[in-house]
Write a protein that binds this ligand. Structure first.
Ligand SMILES: [Zn+2]
Length: 216
């Protein structure tokens, strides 16, 4: 598996070892940089209830160049489309970002996401902290209020999400009904706590790919 980490926090990324130990196949890490600040400014979520993109203001493009993106939320589908074109995706390839990502749901609203899956995947570390907690509307109203203390084991969720993408990439298998299984689609911090390992069926499929003792 190839894992790219956005270069803005490559130096402070804490999970290289944990992820390497968790997977029994080889994992290659590389830093990644989005090269198009205009595009990043263009795909910002402007309105929680509408999926539409505007010509960005020059100052927004400038802020992208300088990494001043506190409180900014990106359209996860567009971000993934860009990333998937930019790298080789013939093997499972994931970008781990610190940006907040959201996707537009059938209910006509954007929702913050921990992960967006397609031919490749993007995982948002901030999304792991914030997506299971509250609706996007909340964050847009309190647009800079991301400082509540939230009790989530980031390393555990990261391993779950990476395995979910791997399962999708290899077997088009995605979510599991079992609440204790790592492939369960967790929406709340309580659900994340219930995950213990793999259910019987998924142990047969992925038992050889992961080291479950590495799941904290
Ligand atoms: Zn399962």
């Amino acid at each position: 598996m190839k894992i790219y980490v956005e270069d803005s926090f490559w130096d402070s990324f804490l999970f290289f070892e944990g992820i390497r130990k968790f997977f029994r196949f080889s994992v290659e890490f590389n830093p990644y940089k989005f090269k198009d600040p205009y595009f990043l400014a263009y795909i910002r979520v402007r309105n929680p209830n509408k999926r539409e993109f505007y010509e960005p203001f020059p100052v927004e493009v400038e802020n992208e160049k300088r990494g001043l993106i506190k409180g900014v939320i990106y359209d996860g589908v567009e971000l993934l489309r860009y990333f998937s074109r930019d790298v080789d995706i013939s093997e499972p390839t994931v970008l781990i970002t610190n940006r907040l990502i959201a996707t537009f749901g059938e209910d006509g609203r954007y929702h913050l996401r921990m992960i967006v899956i397609g031919p490749a995947a993007i995982i948002s570390l901030k999304g792991i902290l914030y997506a299971p907690a509250k609706p996007l509307q909340y964050y847009m109203m309190h647009s800079f209020g991301f400082d509540e203390k939230i009790d989530v084991k980031v390393d555990k969720v990261l391993k779950m999400l990476l395995l979910q993408f791997y399962a999708y990439f290899k077997h088009e298998e995605i979510f599991c009904e079992s609440e204790e299984c790592m492939l369960h689609n967790c929406h709340t911090t309580e659900e994340i706590k219930k995950v213990k390992g793999l259910c019987e069926r998924h142990r047969k499929m992925f038992g050889d790919s992961v080291n479950l003792r590495g799941l904290s």
